[in-house]
Design a protein around this ligand. Structure first.
Ligand SMILES: [Zn+2]
Length: 294
């Protein structure tokens, strides 16, 4: 009888270990986690909106905007193993619903360590829930109102370059103007994120001393005609331009923007219906992953 009990216990332990191994393998291999020293940058196909995940080889996650709905959770699950429920840094470029709605859902489901925003409040229900959750969960929130460099690791820096002053009282509701603009530098590879910043911001930045050049540009405002002037694109001179766009009635992306990108020789990568755009940087080379349909 004792032996039988021991056998049952043995099988239970064996099954437990096997299940754990399967899940571990699922996390490490099937999810294709980021190789050592590399950085994975995923522009999600979230429809009309923006959402980008930056995941380093130490399994640290940066989420830049969350797209227009709660589907962000499904997208994150494709790249973050189920046992990792931590967002180390959340960046809210501005409070428009096509960027912030998914961030609110992420706040509910993940432990978020720190948030950066532009300080402009949204009076929408989503904006109110955003404020409530940050307060309830006591998340550290920092507003960008001056250039800020965050040294992420020995070869990764986040350089926040806009806004460089407090715009929370001056923009008269135009929060696109106050969209956070920042560069992610990983060794030789630079990614420029522009949120929904418009041509006015582009002009200010182009006329500044800041080196805007980047291998990858998150094309401003879903390819809207109010962004991506030729002068700005020439200053950035990106090899790749990612247009995060879905079905819309705004005419995004505009033909003018597409032709401007072609003129500077940028390869255009659209998210709409074509799946996530995935880059892996090892600090020297930049690899564009295979597109996979969602
Ligand atoms: Zn937008």
């Amino acid at each position: 009888m004792k032996l039988k009990k021991f056998k049952i216990l043995f099988y239970l332990v064996a099954i437990f270990l096997f299940v754990n191994l399967v899940f571990l393998g699922y996390g490490i291999f099937l999810k294709g986690d980021t190789p050592t020293g590399s950085l994975k940058v995923v522009f999600f196909d979230v429809g009309q909106g923006d959402a980008v995940l930056i995941r380093d080889s130490h399994s640290r996650n940066i989420l830049v905007d969350g797209g227009p709905d709660r589907n962000i959770i499904y997208h994150l699950d494709q790249y973050i193993p189920f046992y990792d429920r931590e967002i180390d840094l959340m960046v809210s470029t501005h409070a428009d619903l096509d960027h912030m709605t998914g961030l609110v859902e992420t706040l509910r489901r993940y432990r978020v360590k720190k948030i950066l925003d532009n300080g402009l409040k949204s009076s929408s229900a989503v904006g109110e829930e955003w404020d409530r959750l940050i307060k309830e969960k006591k998340i550290f929130l920092q507003t960008i109102d001056a250039p800020l460099n965050i040294v992420w690791d020995e070869q990764t820096i986040l350089e926040f370059i806009w806004p460089w002053q407090d715009l929370t009282r001056d923009v008269n509701g135009d929060d696109n103007f106050a969209s956070l603009v920042f560069k992610l530098k990983h060794g030789e590879n630079d990614f420029l994120f522009t949120g929904d910043a418009d041509k006015e911001v582009e002009k200010i930045l182009t006329e500044s001393d800041y080196d805007l050049s980047a291998a990858v540009l998150k094309v401003g405002h879903h390819g809207s005609k109010y962004s991506s002037s030729l002068e700005f694109l020439k200053a950035v001179n990106p090899a790749y331009g990612v247009i995060s766009v879905g079905e819309n009635s705004f005419g995004h992306p505009s033909l003018r923007v597409l032709s401007n990108l072609e003129e500077v020789g940028t390869k255009i990568l659209r998210t709409d219906g074509k799946g996530d755009v995935v880059f892996v940087s090892n600090g020297e080379n930049l690899i564009l992953g295979e597109r996979r349909e969602n």
